[in-house]
Design a protein around this ligand. Structure first.
Ligand code: ATP
Length: 365
């Protein structure tokens, strides 16, 4: 089932100040995809999720789920949460500690007065799906954090909803478990072929889990695309910076040829991937991701006729295990760089870096 959101607005007033938690949001969440709302704290992600579920009433706009209008300001329609056919998994697993795993998962069916044999069949099927067979009689509290999270997922899945909503469901897990559960969750959801709307402020989680990401800021959706689109071809400074560490450098377009655009900036003249909507004289922001700035270990950059060459001096270098992270000073401009963890480079070394035009992204918004 797809979800269509049109011109949705939600304002809160607190302490005499009005906050546009949702500022004219229009969005289509396609059926059977994992769709993530990503953005910093306070950007309106949870408010949008709560409006979709029906726990919050917007001020204006419309929400349709699978073609059915569940909320409309203009037509005065409000379908209550229990009639929207959605499942939900929250940040705190919200499983009942005094109940067994079976009772936790069975709960949504019991409240619907489903037949006992049918409850047993569906709970068994769902527990097998989340790989918790044999845990039926275990008290919910005698489970690990990851297992509790899977109970919460099973409880949301047992009623076989067409859409499932997640509000930061992994944020209570430690880093390693979060990574494992994220992988499992993607497999589960993809196998189920269900529409999943996932809220997070964690960019790695969004990149690893999603089919599509919508980046929110100040109550608005500012960019939408696949994880790769958002990472490699973002249009906004804010998005490029939020989705992964990058170097943002102000510049002006000097010339445009068929295969590249040349930008004048504090690093010198940099050849960038060509972009149709850019003309000489335009102000732009150049985005250079550290992983694409190749530092030559012997001081000489490898021969590549098309690559940009930038020289500077290493200002800092920190060993972080899988890499060395540091800063190179090019004149007054500081570039964040990554180097192999076994590199011999040290602070104060003069370095020559190359970066191909394809990895020099021009941002215009
Ligand atoms: P987080 O990641 O911190 O949960 P979020 O992106 O989910 O943030 P929301 O919880 O949707 O953000 O909040 C959006 C804005 O609306 C914030 O500025 C928040 O302070 C405000 N807000 C949310 N709920 C209320 C409320 N009940 N009363 C007043 N302001 C609210």
């Amino acid at each position: 089932m797809d979800i269509q959101i049109e011109n949705l607005c939600k304002r809160y007033t607190s302490g005499g100040k009005t906050i546009n938690a949702l500022d004219d949001v229009t969005l289509t969440i396609p059926a059977n995809k994992i769709f993530t709302l990503l953005g910093p704290s306070g950007c309106g992600k949870t408010t949008l999720l709560r409006c979709i579920v029906g726990l919050e009433s917007p001020d204006s706009g419309e929400i349709r789920i699978g073609g059915e209008t569940v909320w409309s300001g203009g037509n005065n329609i409000y379908v209550p949460p229990e009639k929207r056919g959605l499942g939900m998994v929250f940040q705190s697993y919200a499983i009942w500690p005094h109940m067994t795993v079976f009772d936790n998962v069975a709960y949504p069916l019991q409240t619907r007065k489903t037949d006992r044999a049918e409850i047993r069949r569906r709970v068994a099927k769902t527990l097998s799906f989340v790989q918790l067979e044999g845990f039926e009689d275990r008290p919910a509290t005698k489970l690990s954090g990851g297992q509790q999270q899977r109970v919460a997922l099973a409880r949301a899945l047992v009623a076989e909803p067409k859409v499932i909503l997640f509000d930061e469901p992994l944020s209570n897990l430690d880093a390693k478990l979060r990574e494992e559960t994220r992988k499992d969750l993607r497999v589960f959801l993809t196998e189920l072929g269900i529409t999943a709307v996932y809220v997070t402020h964690d960019r790695i989680e969004a990149l690893a889990l999603s089919d599509l990401i919508a980046v929110m800021r100040n109550g608005r959706i500012i960019e939408k695309g696949t994880p790769r689109d958002i990472y490699f071809h973002s249009e906004h400074n804010f998005v490029a910076d939020f989705i992964g560490r990058t170097n943002l450098i102000d510049g002006v377009v000097k010339s445009r040829e068929a295969d590249a655009t040349t930008v004048e900036c504090p690093l010198g003249e940099v050849r960038c991937a060509s972009q149709a909507d850019i003309a000489p004289g335009d102000k732009v922001v150049l985005s250079l991701r550290p992983e694409f700035l190749h530092i030559a270990e012997d001081g000489a950059a490898p021969e590549d006729g098309t690559a940009n060459r930038i020289t500077g001096r290493i200002d800092s270098l920190v060993f972080v295990g899988e890499a060395m992270e540091g800063e190179v000073l090019v004149g007054d401009t500081r570039l964040f760089v990554k180097v192999r963890p076994d590199s011999e480079l040290k602070e104060g070394d003069a370095v020559s870096m190359t970066v191909t035009p394809a990895h020099c992204l021009l941002l215009t918004k």
